[in-house]
Design a protein around this ligand. Sequence first.
Ligand code: NAD
Length: 298
Amino acid sequence: MSLKLDGKKLSLEIEERLNDYISENKKIAKRAPGLAVIRIGEDPASGVYVSNKQRACSRIGIKSSIFHLEENVEQKEVEQLINKLNSDNDIDGMLLQLPIPKKFDEQKLISHINPSKDVDGLNEINIGKLVKNEPAMRSCTPAGIINLLRSQNISIEGKNIVVIGRSLLVGKPLSLMLLNLNGTVTMTHSKTLNLNKICREADILIAAAGKPNLVDSSFVKEGAVVIDVGIHRLKSSDKSQTRLCGDVLLEDVISKVFAYTPVPGGVGPMTVTMLLVNTIFSWQKQFGLSSTLNDLFP
Ligand code: NAD
């Protein structure tokens, strides 16, 4: 039987550790870790993501502050808010909830975030340090995937790993993290030819294309580990119901794989947990706190 990589369970276990860590270290820091979330406009999915993050923070004792700006604010005003949060000593981490309305220069805003508070790991300084394999904030979804693999002692070193997708959010940073851990990584994308043939070489196959059910059994080698990053809400044929699915057609591949992540309950919960971890790493650094969480660094 194939092994389910249960992100929900692992994220709860990590949250328990984070909760204990904060309780123990609050006496030294004399304040809780602080996370600021900037949301612009009314994108409903963003609203759901922000409340999930807020709830996760309150479960473990991080103080979250939400800055919800109207769509008609100017780029300059958002930059001023970021500058203010950069110099706020009670804020350890900050993120800009994406997507934001098109009129804003997203990259410029992210560049304004102090790299040591950039808990999404998207600032170019942090990406540059990832390229150089130096310690820095690492982006959350890739870091969550590394922790999921580690939790089941699935080794990365020397493995053939194929990543489908080359986005700045997932595919690229994930490929670099796996390379830094001595995997032999192939990054593929929408223009890759013979995708399923390349994927069939993978000991570990990671699908982050954002295409529902793209990966069927023709993509998968017997005994491979398959990680599904995609998340899609599909309507039933009579449109009366919706269900979640990933980039992997699980029922077609499950009998072939050694291990897999479910959707939901695989990569998704780990992404939020790694945001909490990054906020605590920044707090730890600021106050010189103990390094007992360092095994969570990808
Ligand atoms: P994106 O659209 O920015 O990038 C998709 C990448 O996949 C691109 O590099 C593109 O070249 C490649 N691609 C698209 N179609 C392809 C195809 N047919 N064959 C091969 N490659 C193809 O998306 P993203 O932000 O990287 O997200 C990818 C998916 O992961 C989405 O479904 C997103 O919702 C999901 N996601 C989930 C989490 C989570 O926490 N679970 C976090 C981030 C993203």
